[in-house]
Design a protein around this ligand. Structure first.
Ligand code: SF4
Length: 334
Protein backbone atom coordinates (compact mmCIF):
# COMPACT_ATOMS: atom_id res chain seq x y z
CA UNK A 1 0.00 0.00 0.00
CA UNK A 2 0.98 3.59 -0.33
CA UNK A 3 1.36 5.04 3.16
CA UNK A 4 5.13 4.46 2.99
CA UNK A 5 5.42 6.27 -0.36
CA UNK A 6 3.52 9.28 0.94
CA UNK A 7 5.62 9.47 4.12
CA UNK A 8 8.58 9.62 1.75
CA UNK A 9 6.91 12.19 -0.53
CA UNK A 10 6.13 14.43 2.44
CA UNK A 11 9.76 14.32 3.60
CA UNK A 12 10.93 15.12 0.09
CA UNK A 13 8.45 17.82 -0.84
CA UNK A 14 10.00 20.47 -3.08
CA UNK A 15 13.14 18.30 -3.64
CA UNK A 16 12.07 17.06 -7.07
CA UNK A 17 13.62 13.65 -6.43
CA UNK A 18 13.42 11.16 -9.35
CA UNK A 19 13.00 8.08 -7.13
CA UNK A 20 10.08 9.69 -5.31
CA UNK A 21 8.36 10.89 -8.47
CA UNK A 22 8.81 7.49 -10.16
CA UNK A 23 7.36 5.66 -7.12
CA UNK A 24 4.39 8.02 -7.21
CA UNK A 25 4.07 7.65 -10.98
CA UNK A 26 3.82 3.87 -10.58
CA UNK A 27 1.07 4.45 -7.97
CA UNK A 28 -0.78 7.09 -10.03
CA UNK A 29 0.70 9.39 -12.70
CA UNK A 30 -1.39 12.28 -11.36
CA UNK A 31 0.21 11.92 -7.91
CA UNK A 32 3.66 12.26 -9.52
CA UNK A 33 2.38 15.31 -11.38
CA UNK A 34 1.43 17.02 -8.11
CA UNK A 35 4.71 16.04 -6.44
CA UNK A 36 7.01 17.49 -9.09
CA UNK A 37 5.02 20.73 -8.91
CA UNK A 38 5.89 21.02 -5.23
CA UNK A 39 2.46 20.18 -3.77
CA UNK A 40 2.80 18.88 -0.20
CA UNK A 41 0.88 15.62 0.30
CA UNK A 42 -1.51 15.18 3.20
CA UNK A 43 -1.07 12.38 5.68
CA UNK A 44 -2.54 9.10 4.44
CA UNK A 45 -4.54 7.12 6.99
CA UNK A 46 -4.26 3.35 6.73
CA UNK A 47 -5.81 1.42 9.62
CA UNK A 48 -3.43 -1.51 9.07
CA UNK A 49 -0.44 0.79 9.43
CA UNK A 50 -2.06 2.22 12.56
CA UNK A 51 -2.47 -1.30 13.98
CA UNK A 52 1.20 -1.98 13.20
CA UNK A 53 2.26 1.12 15.12
CA UNK A 54 0.24 0.04 18.16
CA UNK A 55 1.26 -3.62 17.93
CA UNK A 56 4.95 -2.66 17.83
CA UNK A 57 4.62 -0.94 21.23
CA UNK A 58 4.36 -4.39 22.86
CA UNK A 59 1.05 -3.58 24.56
CA UNK A 60 -1.85 -6.01 24.31
CA UNK A 61 -5.08 -5.42 22.41
CA UNK A 62 -7.14 -4.75 25.50
CA UNK A 63 -4.74 -2.03 26.67
CA UNK A 64 -4.77 -0.23 23.35
CA UNK A 65 -8.56 -0.38 23.05
CA UNK A 66 -8.82 1.13 26.52
CA UNK A 67 -6.22 3.70 25.54
CA UNK A 68 -8.53 4.86 22.77
CA UNK A 69 -11.40 5.19 25.24
CA UNK A 70 -13.29 2.27 23.68
CA UNK A 71 -13.62 0.20 26.90
CA UNK A 72 -17.35 -0.29 26.37
CA UNK A 73 -16.62 -2.06 23.09
CA UNK A 74 -14.49 -4.79 24.68
CA UNK A 75 -17.33 -7.35 25.10
CA UNK A 76 -18.27 -6.86 21.44
CA UNK A 77 -14.65 -7.17 20.39
CA UNK A 78 -14.51 -10.52 22.20
CA UNK A 79 -17.65 -11.74 20.46
CA UNK A 80 -16.36 -10.53 17.12
CA UNK A 81 -13.12 -12.49 17.58
CA UNK A 82 -15.09 -15.61 18.57
CA UNK A 83 -17.28 -15.26 15.49
CA UNK A 84 -14.30 -15.04 13.21
CA UNK A 85 -12.77 -18.12 14.86
CA UNK A 86 -16.00 -20.02 14.27
CA UNK A 87 -16.21 -18.99 10.62
CA UNK A 88 -12.56 -19.83 10.04
CA UNK A 89 -13.03 -23.25 11.53
CA UNK A 90 -16.20 -24.00 9.54
CA UNK A 91 -15.07 -22.58 6.21
CA UNK A 92 -11.34 -23.21 6.25
CA UNK A 93 -11.53 -24.80 2.78
CA UNK A 94 -12.62 -21.44 1.38
CA UNK A 95 -9.05 -20.15 1.63
CA UNK A 96 -7.63 -17.21 3.54
CA UNK A 97 -9.86 -15.00 5.73
CA UNK A 98 -13.26 -16.62 5.04
CA UNK A 99 -14.76 -14.03 7.42
CA UNK A 100 -14.53 -11.55 4.54
CA UNK A 101 -17.07 -13.48 2.50
CA UNK A 102 -19.31 -15.07 5.15
CA UNK A 103 -21.86 -13.35 7.32
CA UNK A 104 -20.82 -13.25 10.95
CA UNK A 105 -23.31 -14.03 13.72
CA UNK A 106 -22.35 -10.98 15.62
CA UNK A 107 -21.36 -7.63 14.31
CA UNK A 108 -20.98 -4.25 15.90
CA UNK A 109 -24.29 -2.55 15.47
CA UNK A 110 -23.81 0.84 16.98
CA UNK A 111 -21.06 3.35 17.48
CA UNK A 112 -23.39 5.66 19.39
CA UNK A 113 -21.42 8.17 21.46
CA UNK A 114 -18.07 6.78 20.31
CA UNK A 115 -17.46 8.68 17.09
CA UNK A 116 -14.64 10.81 18.51
CA UNK A 117 -12.85 7.75 19.87
CA UNK A 118 -13.30 5.84 16.61
CA UNK A 119 -11.87 8.75 14.65
CA UNK A 120 -8.40 7.76 15.86
CA UNK A 121 -8.91 4.41 14.12
CA UNK A 122 -10.43 5.50 10.84
CA UNK A 123 -13.81 6.78 11.99
CA UNK A 124 -16.02 3.78 11.17
CA UNK A 125 -16.91 0.38 12.58
CA UNK A 126 -15.57 -1.24 9.41
CA UNK A 127 -12.13 0.27 10.02
CA UNK A 128 -12.31 -0.69 13.71
CA UNK A 129 -13.09 -4.30 12.76
CA UNK A 130 -10.15 -4.33 10.37
CA UNK A 131 -7.95 -3.01 13.19
CA UNK A 132 -9.04 -5.89 15.43
CA UNK A 133 -8.52 -8.45 12.66
CA UNK A 134 -4.91 -7.26 12.23
CA UNK A 135 -4.23 -7.80 15.93
CA UNK A 136 -6.13 -11.02 16.46
CA UNK A 137 -5.68 -12.84 13.14
CA UNK A 138 -3.73 -11.21 10.32
CA UNK A 139 -0.44 -10.87 12.20
CA UNK A 140 -0.53 -14.61 12.80
CA UNK A 141 -1.66 -15.34 9.22
CA UNK A 142 1.24 -13.41 7.71
CA UNK A 143 3.76 -15.08 9.99
CA UNK A 144 2.35 -18.52 9.13
CA UNK A 145 2.70 -17.74 5.40
CA UNK A 146 6.30 -16.70 5.99
CA UNK A 147 6.93 -19.91 7.96
CA UNK A 148 8.48 -18.22 10.94
CA UNK A 149 9.20 -21.11 13.22
CA UNK A 150 10.07 -19.33 16.42
CA UNK A 151 7.56 -19.72 19.20
CA UNK A 152 8.25 -16.81 21.51
CA UNK A 153 7.85 -13.18 20.64
CA UNK A 154 11.14 -12.13 22.12
CA UNK A 155 12.79 -14.06 19.31
CA UNK A 156 10.70 -12.24 16.75
CA UNK A 157 10.69 -8.48 16.96
CA UNK A 158 8.18 -6.58 14.86
CA UNK A 159 9.50 -3.14 14.05
CA UNK A 160 9.71 -0.28 11.57
CA UNK A 161 12.91 -0.42 9.51
CA UNK A 162 14.23 2.54 7.56
CA UNK A 163 15.69 1.57 4.20
CA UNK A 164 17.79 3.64 1.83
CA UNK A 165 16.64 3.46 -1.78
CA UNK A 166 18.88 3.98 -4.78
CA UNK A 167 18.88 3.05 -8.44
CA UNK A 168 21.37 2.66 -11.28
CA UNK A 169 22.07 6.00 -12.93
CA UNK A 170 21.21 7.90 -9.76
CA UNK A 171 24.62 8.01 -8.27
CA UNK A 172 24.61 11.11 -6.11
CA UNK A 173 24.26 10.27 -2.44
CA UNK A 174 21.97 13.30 -2.17
CA UNK A 175 19.44 11.56 -4.42
CA UNK A 176 19.16 8.45 -2.23
CA UNK A 177 15.94 8.50 -0.22
CA UNK A 178 14.87 6.81 2.99
CA UNK A 179 11.57 4.99 3.31
CA UNK A 180 9.95 3.21 6.28
CA UNK A 181 9.15 -0.51 5.90
CA UNK A 182 7.56 -2.76 8.53
CA UNK A 183 9.17 -6.11 9.21
CA UNK A 184 10.39 -8.68 11.68
CA UNK A 185 13.83 -9.35 13.04
CA UNK A 186 13.99 -13.04 13.87
CA UNK A 187 16.70 -14.43 16.11
CA UNK A 188 17.65 -18.08 16.13
CA UNK A 189 20.48 -18.45 18.61
CA UNK A 190 23.15 -16.02 17.49
CA UNK A 191 21.80 -15.80 13.94
CA UNK A 192 19.48 -13.00 12.94
CA UNK A 193 17.28 -12.79 9.89
CA UNK A 194 15.11 -9.90 8.70
CA UNK A 195 11.75 -10.27 6.95
CA UNK A 196 10.47 -7.10 5.30
CA UNK A 197 6.76 -6.88 4.57
CA UNK A 198 5.47 -3.95 2.51
CA UNK A 199 1.66 -3.89 2.46
CA UNK A 200 -0.31 -4.53 -0.72
CA UNK A 201 -3.98 -4.52 -1.70
CA UNK A 202 -5.65 -7.09 -3.98
CA UNK A 203 -2.31 -8.88 -4.34
CA UNK A 204 -1.06 -6.00 -6.44
CA UNK A 205 2.70 -5.84 -6.05
CA UNK A 206 3.85 -2.42 -7.23
CA UNK A 207 6.83 -3.51 -9.29
CA UNK A 208 9.05 -0.48 -8.82
CA UNK A 209 8.46 -0.27 -5.07
CA UNK A 210 9.48 -3.89 -4.61
CA UNK A 211 12.48 -3.65 -6.94
CA UNK A 212 13.77 -0.66 -4.94
CA UNK A 213 13.18 -2.23 -1.52
CA UNK A 214 14.77 -5.47 -2.71
CA UNK A 215 18.11 -3.76 -3.36
CA UNK A 216 17.85 -1.25 -0.49
CA UNK A 217 20.53 -0.76 2.12
CA UNK A 218 19.64 -0.23 5.73
CA UNK A 219 19.67 3.47 6.57
CA UNK A 220 22.39 5.00 8.73
CA UNK A 221 25.37 2.88 9.67
CA UNK A 222 23.25 -0.21 10.23
CA UNK A 223 23.72 -3.32 8.11
CA UNK A 224 21.44 -6.24 7.33
CA UNK A 225 22.30 -9.22 9.56
CA UNK A 226 24.94 -11.73 8.50
CA UNK A 227 25.96 -9.52 5.56
CA UNK A 228 22.92 -10.94 3.82
CA UNK A 229 19.74 -9.58 2.32
CA UNK A 230 16.35 -9.43 4.01
CA UNK A 231 13.59 -11.78 2.89
CA UNK A 232 10.95 -9.71 1.11
CA UNK A 233 7.23 -10.48 1.30
CA UNK A 234 4.10 -8.70 0.07
CA UNK A 235 1.58 -8.57 2.93
CA UNK A 236 -2.01 -8.42 1.69
CA UNK A 237 -3.68 -5.91 4.02
CA UNK A 238 -7.09 -7.62 3.84
CA UNK A 239 -6.59 -11.37 3.54
CA UNK A 240 -3.51 -12.03 5.70
CA UNK A 241 -1.69 -13.65 2.79
CA UNK A 242 2.07 -13.04 2.59
CA UNK A 243 3.63 -13.81 -0.78
CA UNK A 244 7.37 -13.97 -1.36
CA UNK A 245 8.65 -11.27 -3.67
CA UNK A 246 11.29 -12.52 -6.08
CA UNK A 247 12.83 -9.69 -8.07
CA UNK A 248 14.60 -11.43 -10.95
CA UNK A 249 14.89 -8.48 -13.24
CA UNK A 250 15.72 -4.96 -12.15
CA UNK A 251 15.19 -3.45 -15.59
CA UNK A 252 12.20 -1.52 -14.27
CA UNK A 253 14.70 0.64 -12.38
CA UNK A 254 15.79 2.04 -15.71
CA UNK A 255 12.33 3.58 -16.06
CA UNK A 256 12.85 5.85 -13.07
CA UNK A 257 14.23 8.79 -15.02
CA UNK A 258 11.67 8.25 -17.81
CA UNK A 259 8.77 8.32 -15.34
CA UNK A 260 10.27 11.31 -13.57
CA UNK A 261 10.29 13.12 -16.89
CA UNK A 262 6.73 12.00 -17.66
CA UNK A 263 5.63 13.42 -14.32
CA UNK A 264 7.02 16.78 -15.45
CA UNK A 265 5.97 16.90 -19.06
CA UNK A 266 3.44 14.11 -19.68
CA UNK A 267 -0.35 14.09 -19.66
CA UNK A 268 -0.71 12.41 -16.31
CA UNK A 269 -3.99 10.53 -16.28
CA UNK A 270 -5.53 10.08 -12.80
CA UNK A 271 -5.88 6.41 -11.80
CA UNK A 272 -8.96 7.50 -9.83
CA UNK A 273 -10.94 7.69 -13.07
CA UNK A 274 -10.93 3.88 -13.19
CA UNK A 275 -10.24 2.95 -9.59
CA UNK A 276 -11.39 5.51 -6.98
CA UNK A 277 -10.44 3.02 -4.23
CA UNK A 278 -6.78 3.83 -4.95
CA UNK A 279 -7.54 7.46 -4.06
CA UNK A 280 -8.48 6.45 -0.50
CA UNK A 281 -4.80 5.86 0.15
CA UNK A 282 -3.45 8.89 -1.70
CA UNK A 283 -2.00 12.04 -0.16
CA UNK A 284 -3.15 14.20 -3.07
CA UNK A 285 -6.91 13.75 -2.72
CA UNK A 286 -7.46 17.46 -2.11
CA UNK A 287 -5.54 18.29 -5.28
CA UNK A 288 -7.82 16.06 -7.35
CA UNK A 289 -11.16 16.27 -5.51
CA UNK A 290 -10.98 19.50 -3.53
CA UNK A 291 -11.36 19.43 0.23
CA UNK A 292 -13.19 16.29 1.37
CA UNK A 293 -14.50 15.79 4.92
CA UNK A 294 -12.43 13.35 7.02
CA UNK A 295 -13.25 9.65 6.38
CA UNK A 296 -15.37 10.62 3.37
CA UNK A 297 -15.93 7.72 0.99
CA UNK A 298 -14.42 8.44 -2.39
CA UNK A 299 -16.59 10.16 -4.98
CA UNK A 300 -17.35 8.23 -8.15
CA UNK A 301 -15.36 8.82 -11.31
CA UNK A 302 -17.03 11.83 -12.89
CA UNK A 303 -16.62 13.82 -9.74
CA UNK A 304 -12.87 14.17 -10.06
CA UNK A 305 -12.59 17.91 -10.20
CA UNK A 306 -12.77 19.31 -13.69
CA UNK A 307 -10.14 21.87 -12.74
CA UNK A 308 -7.72 19.13 -11.69
CA UNK A 309 -8.40 17.10 -14.82
CA UNK A 310 -7.90 20.18 -16.91
CA UNK A 311 -4.49 20.76 -15.37
CA UNK A 312 -3.46 17.12 -15.47
CA UNK A 313 -4.28 16.60 -19.11
CA UNK A 314 -4.56 20.01 -20.67
CA UNK A 315 -1.56 22.01 -19.41
CA UNK A 316 0.25 23.55 -22.37
CA UNK A 317 3.91 22.80 -22.79
CA UNK A 318 4.70 26.42 -21.87
CA UNK A 319 2.76 26.08 -18.63
CA UNK A 320 4.60 22.81 -17.95
CA UNK A 321 7.98 24.44 -18.44
CA UNK A 322 6.94 27.23 -16.11
CA UNK A 323 5.67 24.86 -13.41
CA UNK A 324 8.84 22.80 -13.52
CA UNK A 325 11.25 25.72 -13.58
CA UNK A 326 9.91 26.76 -10.18
CA UNK A 327 11.34 23.58 -8.67
CA UNK A 328 14.50 23.08 -10.73
CA UNK A 329 15.38 20.56 -13.38
CA UNK A 330 18.69 19.38 -12.01
CA UNK A 331 17.34 15.95 -11.02
CA UNK A 332 16.40 15.23 -14.63
CA UNK A 333 20.05 15.40 -15.51
CA UNK A 334 21.17 13.07 -12.72
S1 SF4 B 1 -6.44 11.30 -5.62
FE1 SF4 B 1 -6.62 9.52 -6.98
S2 SF4 B 1 -6.44 10.34 -9.03
FE2 SF4 B 1 -5.71 11.93 -7.64
S3 SF4 B 1 -3.48 11.61 -7.54
FE3 SF4 B 1 -4.37 10.44 -5.88
S4 SF4 B 1 -4.72 8.36 -6.70
FE4 SF4 B 1 -4.39 9.74 -8.41
Amino acid sequence: MSKDIFILAKQMVGKNNPIVSALLYDFCPAAAHWYVRGVEPEEVFDVVWKAFEDYATGKDLRDVIEGYGLNTMIPEVRKYIDDIRAVRSEFSIDGPSPELTHTLQHSFNSKFGLQNQLNALGGSLEEFKHYIRVWAFLMRDWKACMKMEQKTTNERIFQLFTVSLSAPGIVQTSLRVQMPVWGWEVRVGAVKRVYLGPLVRNKRQETLRFALVNRAERAGDLKWPNNGRPDLYALDRDTGVAEPVIVRDESILRLILRWHEEAHFGRNRPVGLDDPETCRFCGYRSSCYGKLPPFHSMPRNPEILDVALEQLTGETSRERQHAISRFGKEALNA
